[in-house]
Design a protein around this ligand. Structure first.
Ligand SMILES: *Cc1c(COP(=O)(O)O)cnc(C)c1O
Length: 227
């Protein structure tokens, strides 16, 4: 087995174990392989191992890979900051956008989503710790943005996405992930059709699943360190 295939197998085993420990069905947790900065060959290798969902942060880099691959059954998730002059490429090339945090971007993505594609799946990014340097909005703003997204026919509201600040120990990570879950539950009261809590990266995969994450985004532990 290649190194990458081994890594994928081990990440899936971690997901299965964390799910079991939480009394959850492992199938209820979707794995997004975050291939940002990695060559297209790595994406092919992961595809050969059965991975279908990939996350990318840097648009130019991502568009090149999407063009190179052109395999129908790859599902591409945009998980980086969105500049408003880049929305057209995102709307035309991705299946999901997980970093929506403002109205103007929502309207542009809706207007630019091609008619022959299914609606763009959208998660709103929450800034859990209200750090000024980070993207994302607070829950109250997300509720207002969610209401707008529901009126936009070319977007489909799926849930919330979180990038918690790094924590020193597992107990702190779990506490943070549980706060994210609480906010997701409040959000779901307004938007009961939402099914996605995108939470958990290489360093907090177990805690995220314990807290009820339905989608984990794993880069380093699949593709290795980024340089
Ligand atoms: C880079 C990135 C990840 C993956 O992080 P790892 O720690 O490498 O697993 C997940 N989500 C987002 C939004 C990222 O930017």
């Amino acid at each position: 087995m290649s190194r990458l295939a081994e890594n994928l197998t081990s990440v899936k085993a971690r997901i299965a174990l964390a799910a079991k420990n939480a009394g959850r069905d492992p199938e209820s947790i979707q794995l997004i392989a975050v291939s940002k900065t990695k060559p297209v060959e790595d994406v092919y290798a992961a595809l050969e191992s059965g991975q279908r969902d990939f996350g990318e942060n840097y648009l130019q880099d991502a568009l090149q890979k999407i063009q190179d691959i052109q395999t129908r059954d790859v599902i591409w998730h945009f998980i980086g900051p969105i500049q408003s002059n880049k929305t057209r490429s995102i709307a035309e090339s991705f299946d999901w956008v997980q970093t929506l945090d403002r109205e103007k971007i929502a309207r542009r993505l809706n207007d630019q989503r091609p008619e022959d594609m299914s609606p763009l799946n959208v998660c709103i990014q929450i800034n859990l710790d209200e750090e000024e340097s980070k993207s994302g909005i607070v829950l109250e703003q997300a509720l207002a943005l969610g209401k707008l997204v529901e009126t936009l026919p070319r977007l489909r509201l799926r849930g919330l996405m979180f990038i918690p600040a790094p924590q020193e120990n597992s107990a702190a990570r779990l506490e943070t992930c549980q706060r994210a879950q609480q906010q997701f539950q409040e959000f779901k009261q307004e938007f009961p059709d939402c099914d996605t809590l995108s939470l958990g990266m290489s360093s907090d995969l177990e805690e995220a699943i314990a807290a009820g994450s339905t989608m984990v985004r794993i880069g380093t532990d699949i593709f290795g360190e980024r340089h």
